[in-house]
Structures are given as structure tokens and as C-alpha cells.
Design a protein. Sequence first.
Length: 182
Amino acid sequence: MGDRLEDLSRDAMKKGMRTIWKAWAAFLFAFWAYIRVCHYLGKEVPYFKEYDLPLELIKYIFFALSLIALYLSYHIRKTMLKRSSIKSDLKIIERAKKSGKPPVLVKYSTIFFVSVFFSESICLLGVVYFFLSGDYETLYVLVGTAAIAMVYHRPKAKELARVSIASEGTAPGGPRGVRSQQ
């Protein structure tokens, strides 16, 4: 009975990781789509030059925001992977019961989507700046930075295993209900 339950859980984990990989590929494809839209609209975009915006200042602000997003995505992901919180894990377990997925997979997908959000925001900063200025170079720099961050934060089976091990102590059936120490 225990082996069958373990096989079902393993299959659910594999299926869940495939879903996460598909979501990752869709977000990466969106970067290409943003560039295509910008090229398609090209010269027809009514850039906001008549408003005399300080475009250089805006560009540097967007670069600074991109660096902040890179730092936050790395730091938050690292923190969420290493630390385990009983309070947040109980919420994740509750969400997992509703969705019928393993709690570890729900937690890992949350970590994944948080880091993808920051990468996507960098890309969107490039698109917004393109619509403000028509500057392809800045668009490419920000989209390229976002793509590199996406590749760095791609789904990894080792991270899922690490989350699984870290979460064992916080699950209600875990050892004495105590959070695992790391």
C-alpha cells in the first residue's frame, strides 16, 4: 500500500514539474512575443516625445528597477528555498488539499512563480520604455536581462527535492511537528 501511494505521489510530482516547465517556456516565449509586437508596431507607435519626458532619467530609473528586481528575485527565491515556515506551510498544505496536488509541489510552484514575476517585470520595463522612446537598444538590453534571469531561475528537480526535505519537518505528519533546522 505504501509503495503504491509513493508511486502516485511520484507521478503527481513528475506531472507537476512538467506543468511548471510548460509555464516557464510560455513565459520565455512571451519575451519573444513582446519583441515581435514592438517590431510590428515599430514606427507607428506614438512615442511620447511631444510631452518632453526626461527619457534618459526614465531609462536609468528602469535600469535601477531592473537591478532591484534581479536582487529581489534571487534573494526571495533563495530564502523561500532554504527556510521553512510552519505558518506558510500550513497555508500551502491547505491549498494543496483543495487542488489535489502534493504540498511540496504547490510550495515549489509558488517559489517558481515569484521569481518568474520579477523576470517578467524586467521585460515589461523594456517594453514600456520602448513605447515611451522607441529605443530598441534599451528594449533588447532589458529583455535580454530578463531572459538570462529566467534561464537562471528555471525549474530544477534538485530544488524541488530540497524543498521537499525542508518541508518534511513542518508537515502535520512530520517529526514531532517541529520545523526542521537548517
